[in-house]
Design a binder for this molecule. Sequence first.
Ligand SMILES: Cc1cc2nc3c(=O)[nH]c(=O)nc-3n(C[C@H](O)[C@H](O)[C@H](O)COP(=O)(O)OP(=O)(O)OC[C@H]3O[C@@H](n4cnc5c(N)ncnc54)[C@H](O)[C@@H]3O)c2cc1C
Length: 512
Amino acid sequence: MKVVWFKRDLRLSDHVPLVKAVDSEEPVLGVYIVEDIRIEQDDVSQLHIAWDIANARELSKQFQSIGGAFQIVSGIATEVFQRLNETSKISEILCHEETGLLWSWDRDKEVADWCEYNDIKFSQYPSNGVVRNLKNRDIWNDTRLARMAIPSAQSPTKILSPTGFNSLDNSIGIYPCYSKLVDTWLEPGEVAANSVLTSFVKERNENYISSISSPALAERYSSRLSAYLASGVLSVKQVLEAVGMMKIRITKQNHPNRQYLLRNLNAFSSRVLWRCHFIQRLEVEATQNYISLNPELDSKIHRILDKDKFEAWKLGKTGWPFFDACMRSLTETGWINFRMRAMIQSVAAYTLWLPWKDTGNHLAQLFIDYEPGIHWSQINMQSGITGINAVRAYSIIKQSTDHDLEGAFIRKWVPELKAVPNSYIHEPWLMSEEAQEKVGVKIGLDYPAPIVDEQIERNKGIQACYAARKDGDVKSRSKRVYDTHGSRKKRNQNKKASDEKKISGQKSLVDF
Ligand SMILES: Cc1cc2nc3c(=O)[nH]c(=O)nc-3n(C[C@H](O)[C@H](O)[C@H](O)COP(=O)(O)OP(=O)(O)OC[C@H]3O[C@@H](n4cnc5c(N)ncnc54)[C@H](O)[C@@H]3O)c2cc1C
């Protein structure tokens, strides 16, 4: 029999390994392993496991509806395959290439060695826009585009299941349901994922650009596809195909708002491309969760773990209302928009001077859509340790007044401040004793005073980062980082001079 090993590709459609297995006419068993090694990682939480299991269960139902058998089993991959092989000889294990952190590469190598020892073919297929065995970006974009041009694979209509194997799920009762861990409207499975995709492509994208920076609006108007993409319930290709079809429709129908609609869809497609761009970084450097892209810069910056600051940051009890609202909302729902993720991490890195590995692991655990390739690249970037990106240290007060002027989002997530008037909602510590008494909030008692002076500490953090970037070793590493991971598109457009400026860290600071 053939085994299709599902990892972070929990779907029936656009699944080349499954199509190849089914085409062979040998019986096929679908397997999803709740891996011990994954559960032990610092960046992995019960939420990730529960969300993936929920998606695997939906996949199992689809498998069974077309005659297939699907097993959800806990354990170590090679031991699971050993047991299956003892019941019925496996001829081939098929799966997608997984771009993950180092443990997943080691695990894949162990499976490859085990297959070789047992005379079993191990076939790994590319995952859409990520290209294996590249040393730099020179041919990445062309290869990616050529792959994307091939239409996505259809779901099989029938699966021949091997005799002696029933569908089973030995994760039942062991792991909590994802909806007990976070308050989210996302439902698991391909059907739900496709309906979120359709609602975005047909309607919700109309407010995409104008809403994505606001935590309250983005909750509804950004695509919300990230959790499905992270578990592979949808592929990047399927998402881009749906967008492409909608673009053709808008253009053909000569839609009155067509420029505006196309702009929104194009902005969205660029972000989906960034996804591949960042995952490709991890494909080349799988250690980004513990070795920064620019280790020389990281060691010069040398952040320190202040336990009190870290606790206040994690709990959303910093005394900065908008920051606390964002952190509490994320903790409760498992999701927040890009701008606020960047602010949360940059406050940790610049204003509170906390080490990026600790804050990065904590955030990874909170995100229902945790994707190591995007996450660790962004954590590196938002902490100023790549040496090739501009320093972006977000001002909480600016974000607060830009995106929650009336304080509705703050009052929703920080109920201690419900009665605080608009004039003080962003900086309640400025209220006089008398005003505090009037609204029934004593700052420092009912709600914390800011843990540090934001402006002073943020500026200190920015200056320290710029100073560290001047070091000669840091600069030469920055050049190597850019040569390996920098976008060739930008390189071709903007010329050498601006590259050099980037690397020397002279880019002027914009107030984010
Ligand atoms: C510190 C930090 C950590 C992050 N960690 C993750 C993570 O673990 N998983 C994750 O999916 N995204 C991560 N992001 C990127 C971004 O915040 C989320 O992709 C986005 O908020 C998901 O919501 P959406 O699907 O509605 O986004 P949309 O705006 O609708 O975007 C569509 C898709 O494009 C991709 N995308 C969007 N923005 C980016 C980006 N900046 N870089 C790369 N790909 C992008 C995602 O796959 C997303 O689902 C992180 C950002 C920051 C600043």
